[in-house]
Design a protein around this ligand. Structure first.
Ligand code: IMP
Ligand code: MG
Length: 214
């Protein structure tokens, strides 16, 4: 077993039975109270990795059922969606194509609302059934821009699959076809989501702790 090259067996046993130990071993920035510190902000677990993965598998199951005859083109919106897309696409059980694009529109903890351009779409989507994979829909402006821009290239259909949706933050009426979790209007990090570039690698999703709570 590869893990044995790095850990004594008794340590493996200990970390497998103790999630906090495991988290602390790999993410020393998380305190034994489960508080994650990133730059000047503090976060606590909102959704743990088992819950996320279970939900992502269910989304894949629905997509397998609905789109298997559509030869869909998955469009992954980087950077935030990398972990979600990697997990979801593992469970897609029919041949499909995957394209990675980038739309820069977010800075710090508040959506700027300014969306510039789509980078990396180097494949024709004409007459294709497109499914956009997003990490989170906050104001909805990014997805709205994407739909309005992609539609100019005459796809057959465009579907939206987002791991997270903040319904109270929407500034445009976006109704995703597939949603992992609806969340409140809080700032989240982990599982691809970042705070000033940090936190994307974390396997759980964390919510910012109010300053008065600590
Ligand atoms: P929207 O255009 O406001 O819907 O959001 C666009 C992008 O902002 C998302 O795809 C995320 O990359 C980012 N974003 C929105 N909310 C959060 C958050 O709570 N944490 C980290 N990134 C976020
Ligand atoms: Mg995103």
């Amino acid at each position: 077993m590869i893990a044995n090259m790095f850990f004594e067996p008794f340590i493996i046993e200990q970390i497998c039975t103790n999630e906090i130990n495991l988290i602390q071993l790999f993410s020393p920035q998380i305190s034994n109270m489960g508080i994650l510190k990133l730059l000047d902000r503090r976060f606590e677990v909102l959704l743990n990795s088992q819950i996320i993965i279970r939900r992502v598998k269910l989304l894949a199951k629905s997509i397998n059922k609905d789109l298997r005859k559509d030869d869909p083109l998955f469009i992954v919106v980087l950077n935030g969606s990398f972990m979600f897309a990697a997990e979801l696409l593992k469970w897609i059980n029919f041949p499909c194509q995957v394209q990675f694009i980038k739309v820069s529109s977010y800075d710090g903890t508040q959506s700027s609302g300014r969306v510039q351009s789509i980078l990396g779409l180097n494949q024709s989507i004409k007459d294709r059934n497109v499914i956009i994979l997003e990490d989170i829909i906050d104001t909805g402006l990014t997805v709205d821009y994407l739909i309005n821009t992609l539609i100019l290239n005459e796809p057959l259909s465009i579907k939206i699959c987002s791991l997270l949706l903040k319904p109270e933050s929407l500034k445009v009426p976006i109704i995703p076809d597939y949603i992992g979790f609806e969340v409140g209007n809080y700032f989240l990090v982990g599982y691809g989501l970042d705070y000033n570039g940090y936190g994307r690698n974390l396997k759980n999703i964390y919510v910012e702790v109010e300053k008065t709570e600590i």
